[in-house]
Design a protein. Structure first.
Length: 179
């Protein structure tokens, strides 16, 4: 079953609703935005009547964002893509509490950083830096003040090379904007 809605002025497709398993419940809704191909796709992948996948595409049809939900109707994993269509960020809510505990950052489709909220308080307390396919160092914010104070450095084979206590960060007014 498929239902298509058109703009009566431009005759362009505005919305397409599909019932892929023909149970009388919409399984996929595609909403088009303008004439360039930008669209939002909402899909019920397991046919339980609840949307569990959301995808946003730009005007040229490139994926901009994809989100999935393992349970319920709230995303627990969100992937964001850059203008070239390459993966730039993945956020994961592993305990399904509505907060993302892990953020993976990519550059040119390669993992460069993991930001981890290990205690679930909504703030990053571990940052893992990757280069050339391996973790170079891991910074920890052990006192929960928002600044790393401990660093562990690793070799290519994963061997712990060095543990350092980091100096306190300068006050916010004199800190350079790093992000």
């Amino acid at each position: 079953f498929e239902l298509t809605a058109y703009d009566l002025t431009t005759h362009a497709v505005v919305r397409r609703v599909l019932d892929r398993n023909q149970d009388g419940i919409s399984d996929r809704i595609v909403t088009y935005q303008g004439l360039g191909g930008a669209r939002l796709e909402e899909t019920d992948t397991d046919f339980d009547g609840v949307v569990d996948r959301w995808e946003t595409f730009g005007p040229e049809g490139r994926r901009l964002r994809a989100a999935t939900a393992r349970s319920g109707d709230r995303p627990d994993q969100v992937a964001t893509y850059d203008r070239a269509g390459l993966l730039s960020r993945v956020e994961v809510d592993s305990d399904l509490d509505g907060r993302f505990e892990l953020t993976r950052v990519y550059e040119a489709d390669r993992l460069v950083e993991n930001r981890i909220d290990s205690d679930g308080n909504g703030r990053t307390d571990r940052v893992q830096e990757f280069r050339n396919g391996y973790m170079v160092f891991e910074d920890f914010d052990t006192d929960e003040d928002g600044d790393a104070n401990l660093r562990m450095e690793y070799g290519k084979d994963g061997t712990l090379l060095k543990i350092s206590v980091l100096p306190p960060a300068p006050p916010a007014a004199v800190r350079p904007n790093l992000r």
